[in-house]
Design a protein around this ligand. Structure first.
Ligand SMILES: Cc1cc2nc3c(=O)[nH]c(=O)nc-3n(C[C@H](O)[C@H](O)[C@H](O)COP(=O)(O)OP(=O)(O)OC[C@H]3O[C@@H](n4cnc5c(N)ncnc54)[C@H](O)[C@@H]3O)c2cc1C
Length: 488
């Protein structure tokens, strides 16, 4: 017997990095009733930002089948817990740059989004005109004196190689090497569930349903009227005439397609009814391909008061085309269930040309889609990544690293490239924002789904171009902004 239907002013589907923000901001209005639906469990107690609970068997992630290049399979993790991917991620919290937002519609210029970046954070570092003093997300950096020896050697090697030192990587045009801003406090990761929902007393006008999975959006004609959900095997309905989908860049296009919004031919071939033919749903996403140069570490004389695993990534180098990430822990130390004894310097291509797609494999909404990356399809992408790997090899062989590691053999960069590409897990842009004139546009500049009424998207799926930094801080900014568009 189905449970009774529930009615609210707004339903937010997906309680991840963005969804928690949207639900919290909308429910600041006591006259607006909000229901937040999250498939995963409630937020766990904040854990050390240097440990990522995403390894095999983790109960806090969705595992998707992915194909990075034709014939190169991979498993892709995304957060499945209140707080979403931001509750399990590496804690690097770097904004997109001013140049990144020049590639977005003019209404999302850096000038337009800066107030939302400031509103979401408390960051005592840097010039006040760029930063917020009283926002929910704490932003911290490892002090220079406490840097892990690997981070310290990396900063010294990069500056000796001619790269500028950048104390605040969240300045609008920041490039160079410097400490990584993190969404962490006292070494513990702070997700948006912690920062926006955990703080303060529960609000009577906000109901949070964890362990509840949205299967389909419900429509009357082309107006959204609610969401069909499943909780412990029972299906029931939630009703509202405003729905905000925040399921992340894989699950948002999946939910839209199962609701009849997507490439008509693909939906019809699976026997799904087509409500609106939108070619861009699931198509054209980008992510930062990453290849690491591995090395054998020597025993490290880490004498700071900072615990060794407080942060996996304390410092980084942004050159523009690539980002170099000197991980301070092996992946075996950082990810429970993973076995990898090598130290690693990651190299990620930050403005790749190659585009991927999220493809339905079944008409059953509980069946996971396939994520096809099509990484490194262009010569420019391959050359850009290769140049970054050569730089990584050079830095690791520099004097600054002497004594910390066995320098990689000459040719390590080429060998790393041959060994195959990995992913930064920054998948974005699978339901891109635009004017509506382009067949690939899925939402307008206020993030309303084109062709239907009452439906918004607010997560990394809407990014028209992936930022040249990790997307987490930008996801929170998008959520802050979209909440303002919906306010009752
Ligand atoms: C392992 C890992 C490490 C990363 N490290 C970094 C990093 O250090 N820095 C950085 O900038 N970025 C990082 N990222 C990327 C970043 O965390 C994400 O891009 C960002 O958190 C995405 O936010 P979102 O709101 O779009 O989606 P998510 O945070 O993924 O939220 C989506 C939510 O929707 C829920 N959901 C999905 N489908 C349904 C459904 N049908 N019904 C109900 N609920 C549903 C999910 O369970 C999830 O909670 C990392 C990602 C991963 C996976």
């Amino acid at each position: 017997m189905p449970a009774p239907a529930t009615v609210a002013d707004v339903i937010v589907v997906g309680g991840g990095s963005a969804g928690c923000v949207v639900a919290a901001r909308l429910s600041e209005n006591p006259y607006c009733t909000v229901v937040l639906v999250e498939a995963g469990p409630p937020a766990p107690a904040p854990g050390p930002v240097g440990t990522l609970p995403v390894g095999p068997g983790s109960e806090l992630v969705w595992s998707y089948s992915a194909e990075l290049e034709p014939g190169i399979p991979a498993t892709l993790a995304r957060g499945r817990v209140l707080g979403g991917s931001g509750a399990v991620n590496g804690g690097y919290f770097v904004r997109g740059t001013a140049a990144d937002f020049e590639r977005w519609p003019a209404s999302w210029s850096y000038r337009a989004v800066l107030p939302y970046f400031r509103r979401l954070e408390t960051d005592p570092v840097g010039e006040r005109r760029w930063h917020g003093d009283d926002g929910p997300m704490p932003v911290t950096r490892t002090p220079a004196a406490d840097l892990h020896p690997v981070s310290r050697a990396f900063v010294a090697a990069a500056t000796s190689a001619g790269f500028g030192y950048q104390a605040d990587l969240n300045e609008p045009d920041a490039v160079g090497v410097g400490p990584v801003p993190r969404n962490a406090a006292s070494g513990l990761r702070v997700s948006t569930a912690d920062a926006y929902l955990g703080a303060g007393p529960a609000r009577p006008n906000l109901r949070v349903h964890t362990g509840t999975t949205a299967r389909r959006l419900l429509f009357a004609g082309t107006r959204v009227v609610g969401v069909e959900v499943e909780e412990q095997g029972r299906g029931w309905a939630l009703h509202a005439d405003r729905v905000v989908v925040c399921c992340g860049a894989v699950a948002t296009p999946h939910l839209l397609m199962h609701s009849g919004i997507g490439p008509a031919q693909e939906l019809s071939e699976l026997g799904l009814d087509v409500l609106v033919d939108r070619q861009g749903v699931g198509r054209g996403f980008t992510d930062h391909p990453e290849v690491t140069v591995g090395y054998r570490r020597r025993p490290l004389p880490h004498r700071s008061t900072t615990p060794l695993l407080e942060a996996v990534l304390e410092a980084e180098l942004d050159t523009g085309p690539v980002e170099l990430r000197p991980y301070t822990a092996t992946f075996g130390e950082a990810i429970p269930g993973v076995s990898d004894p090598l130290g690693r310097l990651g190299v990620a291509l930050m403005r790749p040309d190659s585009r991927g797609e999220v493809v339905l494999r079944s008409a059953d909404p509980s069946a996971a889609p396939l994520v096809r990356y099509r990484y490194l399809r262009t010569a420019a992408d391959r050359a850009g990544l290769r140049a970054g790997l050569d730089l990584a090899e050079r830095l690791l062989r520099s004097d600054e690293f002497a004594g910390l590691l066995d320098p990689p053999e000459p040719g390590a960069a080429a060998a790393a490239m041959r060994a195959g590409v990995g992913t930064s897990m920054h998948l974005s842009g699978s339901c891109r924002m635009g004017s509506g004139a382009h067949p690939g546009d899925v939402v307008d500049e206020r993030c309303r789904v084109l062709g239907v009424q009452g439906l918004w998207l607010a997560d990394t799926s809407v990014m028209p171009e992936l930022t040249s930094r990790g997307p987490h801080a930008t996801a929170v900014m998008i959520a802050e902004r979209v909440a303002g568009f919906i306010e009752m």
